[in-house]
Design a protein around this ligand. Structure first.
Ligand SMILES: Cc1cc2nc3c(=O)[nH]c(=O)nc-3n(C[C@H](O)[C@H](O)[C@H](O)COP(=O)(O)OP(=O)(O)OC[C@H]3O[C@@H](n4cnc5c(N)ncnc54)[C@H](O)[C@@H]3O)c2cc1C
Ligand code: SF4
Length: 479
């Protein structure tokens, strides 16, 4: 067990965020790691509880948000190993459940930390940053590649459709188990939303590419610019592959059907964020562009994607940013109806909001606010929006109408689900809890199965789908 009194000796310390004034001038990662000894102190804060709520994801208090790690990561065990300086063993323990922890060690909202026993009266153990330390140390020491190499190969061929975290996780595990894996991706780069969606300052694209490179080195094949259902049909895949896992994400964005929606300047957040990352990949992450200089940007949606849009627009020099959220502001503290170990439904300032507050004095966030109209100039370019405040039933409140300047509106209101045409291509009408479908040869995992979610859920589902494919194929051989 880590130091039994560590939580009393050492206050919680997170990987520090770079100062706002510095970080808004580039696209480099927001946080810088702690020194090794400080990391060990943070790991020492883990009490190795009898019932570690942190390592089993449970929806305490209903389906609002999960508490604990959805991937059953063996957290107290690797915290203890970090505290003792046994980093390779910590990596072995972490990699038992998480094939790509460098992603979650950067972008996971860490539901584990909120359900940590120490969070009952304190701030919780800095589990997320410990995870990042373990995997970054593993890459620095070349411990990762050898764990991806199978002891022997089977003759089975598996196709994976989509290279997001679910596809990568499934591919890593299937390859480890000895199968021959090919990932098809319609985009020009691999990683799904890890590459195009989550901005570089949250997850450096070199980190994503490092994993793809290692996956190629251990024998996984990657095929880019190939849309399954268009460039290659289901029948063509059946001819070459024994099983197909669909991990195509939940890519249908929620739209806002207000008058003027067709105006130039009203865009989906993910399209904008993809373009911003393409610019960074082309021009480098060391300096920001001034692409939005003089432009007034309104982000519709108060969640994490909205925050990513704010931060990106600020780096592109926007004259002003605003964020509209249709729900009311959350309370500052947990309410009695939302006790530990539930995920705390409280107001928190996102990194993009902190940056916006730094660069502008005017109001940033408008809660309980709905957009009723997009207004354009003669040539079809957006110039403003009209809004109204809403009550708790989302009904307009008379007399609260406003007009806001807007040259660019980013719709960040979430996603409705997967593209059904792909599932139809494979005749999939039913997806079961074990990732099998009504089509014996086809499995579905990640956001394509569960709807818009988190990277760690996608990783878990990819890994478990892979293990079920393996079990099915081995049963065939045994017959
Ligand atoms: C802007 C944004 C920020 C986010 N930030 C976070 C965060 O900080 N932390 C967090 O935990 N989660 C975050 N999420 C959610 C997280 O990214 C997703 O839950 C996760 O990526 C889902 O993984 P996936 O593998 O199921 O799908 P995706 O990552 O969506 O990948 C699906 C892939 O399939 C490809 N594809 C689709 N159809 C086809 C086809 N027919 N043929 C070939 N390829 C196809 C797509 O091009 C894509 O590359 C964020 C989401 C967004 C949109
Ligand atoms: S993946 Fe997320 S929830 Fe799981 S241990 Fe890491 S930070 Fe915590």
């Amino acid at each position: 067990m880590a130091d039994p009194f560590g939580f009393l000796k050492y206050p919680r310390k997170d990987n520090p965020y770079r100062p706002v004034e510095e970080r808004i001038t580039d696209w480099e990662e927001l946080q810088t790691p702690l020194e090794e000894t400080e990391r060990q102190e943070q790991a020492a804060r883990c009490m190795s509880c009898g019932i570690p709520f942190c390592h089993t994801g449970v929806f305490y208090g209903g389906k609002r948000a999960v508490s604990g790690c959805p991937n059953d990561n063996l957290i107290p065990e690797w915290n203890d190993l970090v505290y003792r300086g046994e980093y390779k063993k910590a990596w072995e323990r972490l990699s038992r459940t998480n094939p790509i922890p460098e992603m979650t060690g950067r972008v996971c909202p860490a539901p584990c930390e909120k359900s940590c026993t120490e969070a009952l009266n304190g701030s919780g153990v800095a589990i997320h940053d410990n995870e990042r330390f373990i995997i970054d140390t593993a890459f620095d020491n070349d411990w990762v590649r050898p764990t991806g190499i199978p002891e022997s190969r089977t003759d089975f061929q598996i196709a994976i459709v989509g290279s997001g975290p679910a596809g990568l996780s499934a591919a890593w595990r299937l390859n480890q188990l000895g199968h021959n894996v090919t990932i098809f991706e319609r985009s020009d780069r691999f990683g799904g939303l890890l590459m195009y969606g989550i901005p570089n300052m949250k997850l450096d694209k070199d980190v994503v590419q490092r994993r793809i490179d290692v996956m190629m080195e251990v024998g996984i094949k990657f095929v880019a610019n190939t849309e399954i259902g268009t460039d290659k049909t289901a029948e063509e895949l059946y001819a070459e592959f024994d099983r197909v896992i669909i991990t195509s994400g939940a890519s249908v964005p929620r739209d806002l059907k207000a008058p003027g929606r067709e105006l130039e300047g009203v865009r989906f957040a993910v399209d904008y964020l993809t373009e911003a990352t393409k610019d960074v990949l082309k021009h480098g992450k060391g300096a920001t562009s001034r692409k939005l200089e003089g432009k007034h940007v309104v982000v519709i949606g108060g969640g994490d994607t909205g925050n990513d849009c704010l931060a990106s627009a600020i780096r592109q020099g926007a004259a002003s940013v605003k964020q509209l959220e249709i729900t009311p502001i959350l309370p500052e503290q947990r309410t009695p109806a939302n006790p530990w170990p539930e995920y705390p439904m409280v107001d928190k300032e996102g990194y993009g909001q902190a940056e916006a507050h730094f660069v502008q004095a005017e109001q940033l966030t408008y809660y309980s606010t709905s957009t009723t109209k997009f207004l354009g100039a003669e040539r079809g370019q957006l110039i403003a929006i009209e809004t109204v405040e809403v009550d708790n039933q989302f009904q307009p409140v008379e007399g609260t109408e406003k007009r806001m300047k807007a040259d660019l509106v980013l719709l960040a209101m979430g996603f409705t689900g997967p593209e059904h045409s792909l599932l139809a291509e494979f005749g999939v009408s039913e997806i079961l809890d074990d990732y099998t479908t009504n089509n014996e040869r086809v499995f579905v995992a990640g956001d394509a199965k569960r709807g818009p979610s988190l990277v760690i859920w996608a990783i878990r589902e990819g890994r478990l789908a892979a293990e079920n494919v393996d079990a099915q194929l081995r049963a065939l051989v045994a017959q």
